[in-house]
Write a protein that binds this ligand. Structure first.
Ligand code: FE2
Ligand code: FE2
Ligand code: FE2
Ligand code: FE2
Length: 432
């Protein structure tokens, strides 16, 4: 469809009742893991749509524009409530956390494989490995504290094992800044891909910041603090890919287009009939938001909306198992690090005064919570909570050897030799 020619649900018909806003949640026991990842992602998309419009209005003194923005902003907020609250009350914070990291892994892997801009793709691959390692660290606590087999949540679609170790993800935030794309040369697809990922990472950051305190266990609380800080870096990394010279109206247009594309992709893929209806209804709402944004963009900037977003929908969030792709990235890129020139280096190419060493030494002086997660598993059950093909699991010690920096190691670092021992002990009986 040519999205700019569709009508959608008129804005004035989009205000809903409280009964309609709060819908019946999905079932924790029966939901497909990719229905859950869609719900998590779309919540992040709505949060971004809402907060962007706040920033826009704070900078704008145009009453006509502001009246329209605040009207649509309330609708985004209502959508966000509906989508977020599809999460059932009996899904624990750790369950949801595993879902968030599954989103990050499988979404980023999908985007990386479909991204035509090489630098953007490299950045996606770089972030992918970090979120993959987060899933592994959180899984230790899900098992130890709540007796949750990570496969109850990720349903064998995503592997659970070590990648680039989390303690090495902390950087001087200034070197996370990436090179922006050129707004006049970049495809609508790249713009949508990046905004989709910014929204997901920002949502993940906010979720950890707002829920980490809900556990009384201090080691777990610290793990939330540690990974929350990395998600903050991820938001920095992805948002600086965006051309800062886009006008606010241009950004608004891209935001609404991103919403349409995400709902369309989720609607197309959804297997749960009830969720599918919601994604369809919300896509129709977004089409109307896009129409308004396009009209205002054309009126104020005197150029066609299609110059910015084209006329074809893009597919920014198809979820399927990405084990094969992810395992290739782990094997080739565990030792990659952020360079000082907005580029990427291998560990052995880093200068002695690499800016991130200092940060890592400071934050892990008393031990890294992400290392403590594994230590606690070793002490309490002498098992590694990991799930992947046996031949991949047997490479964990080598991956760690390659991916772990010699400098700035936390005092409680689990060594490659200790990983070799995991091969000798019996594995946890994961759901098959
Ligand atoms: Fe929305
Ligand atoms: Fe993560
Ligand atoms: Fe992340
Ligand atoms: Fe919208």
């Amino acid at each position: 469809m040519n999205v700019l020619q569709e009508k959608g649900i008129p804005i004035d018909k989009q205000i809903r009742t409280w009964h309609d806003i709060v819908k019946r949640p999905y079932c924790r026991a029966h939901v497909d893991c990719y229905s859950r990842t869609r719900q998590i992602l779309l919540n992040g998309i709505e949060t971004e749509a809402w907060s962007f419009k706040h920033h826009f209005v704070r900078k704008s003194d145009d009453m006509e524009l502001n009246k329209t923005l605040v009207k649509i902003r309330r609708l985004e907020d209502m959508q966000q409530t509906t989508v977020n609250w599809l999460c059932p009350a009996n899904q624990t914070v750790l369950d949801t956390t595993l879902g968030y990291e599954q989103v990050a892994v499988d979404l980023t892997a999908w985007l990386a494989q479909n991204e035509k801009d090489k630098y953007v793709k490299e950045t996606f691959d770089f972030g992918l490995l970090e979120d993959f390692d987060h899933l592994y660290r959180y899984s230790q606590f899900a098992y130890m504290i709540e007796e949750t087999d990570p496969n109850e949540i990720v349903q064998k679609m995503t592997d659970v094992m070590i990648a680039r170790p989390t303690q090495n993800h902390h950087n001087c935030n200034a070197i996370r800044i990436r090179k922006p794309y050129d707004k006049d040369k970049t495809s609508p697809e790249t713009k949508v891909n990046i905004l989709t990922l910014i929204s997901a990472e920002q949502q993940t950051h906010n979720f950890y910041a707002e829920h980490g305190f809900m556990y009384g266990n201090n080691d777990l609380k610290r793990l939330y603090a540690e990974i929350c800080d990395i998600e903050e870096e991820h938001v920095t990394m992805y948002e600086t890919l965006v051309d800062p010279n886009e006008s606010m109206l241009e950004k608004w247009l891209i935001h609404e287009f991103t919403e349409v594309c995400n709902y369309h992709n989720c609607y197309k893929d959804e297997t749960d009939e009830r969720l599918k209806l919601i994604w369809e209804e919300f896509m129709q709402m977004e089409i109307a938001h896009l129409k308004v944004a396009a009209e205002l963009f054309e009126k104020y900037e005197k150029r066609g909306a299609d110059e910015v977003i084209g006329s074809e929908l893009v597919l920014p969030c198809h979820f399927e198992s990405q084990k094969e792709y992810v395992s290739k990235v782990i094997e080739t890129e565990a030792d990659k690090r952020l360079g000082g020139k907005q580029d990427y280096n291998k560990i052995d190419e880093l200068p002695d005064d690499w800016a991130s060493y200092k940060v890592q030494e400071m934050v892990a002086k008393d031990g890294a919570p992400s290392e403590q997660a594994i230590r606690l598993s070793m002490q309490s059950i002498n098992r590694d909570i990991a799930h992947a093909e046996e031949k991949l699991l047997r490479k964990q010690a080598d991956i760690l050897e390659k991916g772990l920096q010699k400098k700035a190691q936390a005092p409680n670092t689990v060594t490659p030799d200790e990983y070799k021992n995991f091969e000798k002990v019996e594995r946890i009986d994961f759901i098959e």
